[in-house]
Design a protein around this ligand. Sequence first.
Ligand code: NAD
Length: 493
Amino acid sequence: MQVFDPQTIPVPAGHFIGGRLVTDAGRIPVRRPSDNRVHAELPLADAATVDAAVQDAWRALRTSDWARRAPRERARVLRRWADLIEADVRGLAPLEAVCSTRPVRDAGAGDVPFTAEGLRFFAEYADKLGGDVAATRPDHLGMVVAEPYGVVGAITPWNFPLVMVSWKVGAALAAGNAVVLKPSELTPFSAVRLAELAIEAGVPPGMFNVVQGDGQTTGDALTRHPLVAKMTFTGSTRTGASIMAACAVHGPKPVTLELGGKSAQLVFDDAPDLDRLAGIIAGAITGNAGQVCVAGSRLIVQRGVAEALVERIVARFAALRPGATWDDATTLAPIISAGQASRILDIVERSRQTGAELRCGGGLFDGGPGGAYFQPTLISGVAADNAAVQEEIFGPVLTVQTFGDEEEGLELAGHANYGLAAGVHTADIGRALRAMRGISAGTVWINRYGRSADFVIPTGGYHQSGIGKDLGRQAVEANLRFKSVLIDFSEPR
Ligand code: NAD
């Protein structure tokens, strides 16, 4: 059933600076992935507009009392913001769904409450990371005082627009910074609604500004800006590397990078309940149509259970129903763009040409409302150097590799470039813990897969999957710098 009519969803197609929507000539067509129609035109912030947003944030830091305000007051405002977000679910969920790949049902039941709860989590840290008293000689007092950076620049991707924004902005504001955010130009609208609600909650104008535009113009101008003291980025490894290089040249300034992945699901033949496990593994590669940084895209399975598990996963794939994000029967999301769909096709094709066997899927669904819907695809018989094993696909494509003993399984679970996450499935706790130690990744899930609402567990990658963490205490600490203070109170001689 159609939950909303996409034609009737108004979108705030502007920047958000100084507490208000700033509209400008539309320069970037924003399409709906569900039917590939242009929904709105987005303005493009050039260097001057970015400068205005950053200067405004800088002014807000000095003239509003946010950073000096009692931390518990900051926490109260952030919690109020979270409450307003939750109360606005009927507005926010369609706004999120209309130009993204997030089905409205998932956005309403998952992304919106997840966004709100993430902000509450960060609010709780507002008065808990003041610094340390250092162990110095007894007639001295040494302190390490936590202070915000000032203006933090944030750049986010399109795959979970609301949630990604809340992780960046929540941590930065809780630590006392101002934030200038550039959301993905593909999914730019829900961030503006968040900023409006922030004002309503009592975040001072200018503390959270949004500039719209592409990476080359707007993102680059934000990264280079001399008043931006720290950058935080989520997106592809290639873009992250170029932002890091810009931070080195136009600073140097610190940067948190949450990047791509090629995460393994390592299944031993004693893994409990194959039916449930097939559901977990299918879900981890078809959720958001595989357009998830931690998508479990490589199944590494012990030979004894390989065929039984693969059959069950293929059956789960077959039960998925592609559809528009405004249809509540949709269980398989559209691909973000036609260009991304042809990239997926290209990798699958290259994989086949080098000997892989296609067990199901492999192409786009026919028909539908006009967007690109990729069939859940399972590829077996792949060598470790196969394109589908090596490259981040960002689509519903699962490769299967089999192994004999634990050592071989662990060897296959590693990846030459990425180290974002991994799943380990076994009934043997010793084996699970050996695998946890042996896998070089920022997160290892055992007998489950995927992030939970336990925001206290940080997320972030090893190797080319990133530097630093979102979520957890670590995310707030990454938005703080530490001033060393030493006081001499010895008796005058
Ligand atoms: P992307 O790198 O193409 O774009 C991300 C953002 O960077 C966008 O806002 C874009 O406009 C901006 N950008 C592009 N070039 C820029 C430049 N030169 N300077 C400044 N900004 C620039 O990524 P995407 O396609 O939007 O997102 C998909 C990628 O994000 C995948 O690789 C995925 O794994 C990754 N991701 C990682 C995590 C994580 O937590 N590790 C979470 C979500 C997505």
